[in-house]
Design a protein around this ligand. Structure first.
Ligand code: AP5
Ligand code: MG
Length: 231
């Protein structure tokens, strides 16, 4: 049987919104999305994680994305959009979802707006505000569990056993794009292509700033507070 159109399947009952986590590399989007998605029982949709999975499976999409990501540039909009549209049309998104790292360009945001309008779902954008000098420290110190994706930091959130995940003992790995020279490229791409979305969403009255400089648990509390107020 052919699948129903995406607008027939997407809603946002549980969360009340399609929540977009916006902020520069290292702002804590992934750390927070994991926690908040668990609280609400909704999918955490990270376009970066999706691309990394394609790279590790060696799919055609993965081989196109790999070199672009390793240069710290953005993957072309058409590749990102078709991947996201397919993902949010799945049944598990019917009660809402958290978008982490998407949209990242104006065309991506405009396309998402149209899609959400058709689905009668309102976006709520959480903008993580973090000082630039913190970002480099966070990114160079990040290590991620190869099994469950838990995010650590060798400076600020070290695991109990060096190199091993506290949850499942998985190996902690460093992302290939977390090298200082590539981080600088990613931060520049953010300023050039993604930062304009802050004004775009603020102008629509759907953006809330969150101080991303406090401890992770405090950031989680602040995000949960604003989601509860917006329901
Ligand atoms: P993506 O994977 O999305 O990377 P990013 O946006 O660069 O963001 P990061 O994952 O680096 O940072 P984060 O905000 O998630 O921080 P985290 O929680 O891990 O994208 C990778 C690439 O894929 C892109 O460069 C592009 O090529 C491609 N791509 C993806 N989406 C795309 C799109 N839509 N369009 C085009 N291309 C796309 O935290 C970082 C560190 O800080 C961790 O060590 C953590 O422990 C620590 N930390 C977190 N919170 C705190 C805190 N409150 N205090 C102290 N430390 C903290
Ligand atoms: Mg991330």
């Amino acid at each position: 049987m052919p699948e129903a159109p995406v607008e027939a399947r997407v809603s946002a009952k549980g969360l009340g919104h399609a929540v977009i986590f916006l902020g520069p590399p290292g702002a804590g989007k992934g750390t927070q999305a994991k926690q908040i998605a668990e609280v609400y029982g909704v999918p955490h949709i990270s376009t970066g994680d999706m691309f990394r999975e394609h790279v590790s499976r060696g799919t055609p999409l993965g081989s196109r994305a790999k070199e672009i990501m390793e240069r710290g540039e953005l993957v072309p909009d058409d590749l990102v959009l078709s991947m996201v549209e397919e993902r949010i049309s799945r049944a598990d998104c019917a009660d809402g979802f958290i978008l982490d790292g998407f949209p990242r360009t104006l065309p991506q945001a405009q396309r998402l707006d149209k899609l959400l309008e058709r689905c009668k779902v309102t976006p709520l954008v959480v903008h993580f505000v973090v000082d630039k000098d913190q970002l480099m420290r966070r990114l160079t110190g990040r290590r991620t569990c190869a099994i469950g994706g838990e995010i650590y930091n060798i400076y600020d959130r070290p695991p109990n056993v060096p190199g091993r995940c506290d949850n499942d003992g998985g190996e902690l790995v460093q992302r290939p794009d977390d090298r200082e020279d590539i981080i600088a490229e990613r931060l520049a791409a953010y300023e050039r292509q993604t930062r304009p979305l802050v004004d775009y969403y603020r102008g629509k009255g759907v953006l809330q700033d969150v101080n991303g400089m406090t401890a992770p648990a405090d950031v989680t509390r602040d995000v949960l507070g604003l989601l509860a107020r917006k329901k």
